[in-house]
Design a protein. Structure first.
Length: 234
């Protein structure tokens, strides 16, 4: 698909009134257990790939998916267009054919899970999250009735949580044990990222590119796409 075709598909998805999911890579429909990484991918970094690898290493998980949302619970849209973010993910898919490239119009993980389940009823979905996303998952601001909505979510899905930034694995484990996450602790799998990928961010990559520095955090396919399409300049 061209960038214009990707943009048109994403615009149509964004206008859908109910939570929905579309797929951009040509792979088969997901089945079995799938580890899903919901993120802005602005741009995709080696930290995203490390999180996906953590998800794939969980026993029982057979494949992975990158899930881009047209909406976000607390961030505005800036940086690369959504179409270019899908383009970067499709560039990664070329070398990682087990990675499905999906998009959704749902901002909350609970709604993303609903859309995925309705689109792919033969699959089970685990959600990969860094610590910051884990905290947002248990923030009552994003729910009308958080206990009941999370109970419905965790009845069908697991969360694979990893350390990010300065939040170590011990911090993640403490949050799971002593926060509103505690009732669902048996459905939360805590894993540890190595120090380098845990420290990387898309924000820093964008800043490097804007200041004519070559980021060390980008997969080669993403770096090539950014250079070809002149993203994040200035």
């Amino acid at each position: 698909m061209s960038t214009a075709e990707l943009a048109a598909a994403l615009d149509a998805l964004d206008r859908e009134p109910a939570p929905a999911v579309i797929r951009f890579d040509p792979g088969p429909a997901p089945g079995g257990r799938v580890a899903v990484l919901p993120s802005a991918f602005n741009p995709p970094t080696t930290a995203h790939l490390a999180l996906i690898d953590v998800g794939l290493a969980v026993p029982g998980v057979g494949s992975a998916a990158a899930l881009l949302s047209t909406k976000n619970v607390d961030k505005g849209r800036h940086g690369a267009s959504l179409a270019d973010r899908v383009g970067m993910l499709l560039a990664l898919h070329e070398s990682r054919p087990r990675l499905a490239v999906l998009a959704t119009n749902a901002a909350r993980i609970a709604d993303q899970a609903q859309a995925l389940g309705e689109r792919y009823p033969a699959a089970e979905f685990d959600f990969i999250v860094g610590f910051d996303t884990l905290v947002r998952l248990f923030d009552p601001r994003y729910y009308r009735d958080m206990p009941s909505e999370l109970a419905a979510f965790f009845a069908h899905h697991q969360v694979i949580a990893a350390n990010r930034g300065e939040a170590t694995r011990a911090v993640v484990e403490d949050f799971v044990a002593h926060s509103p996450a505690r009732p669902f602790a048996r459905r939360i799998i805590v894993r540890e990222l190595d120090q380098l990928p845990a420290s990387l961010s898309s924000t820093a990559a964008r800043d490097d590119i804007a200041h004519d520095r070559r980021p060390g955090s980008l997969p080669p396919e993403v770096q090539a796409y950014i250079e070809e399409h002149l993203l994040y300049r200035g």
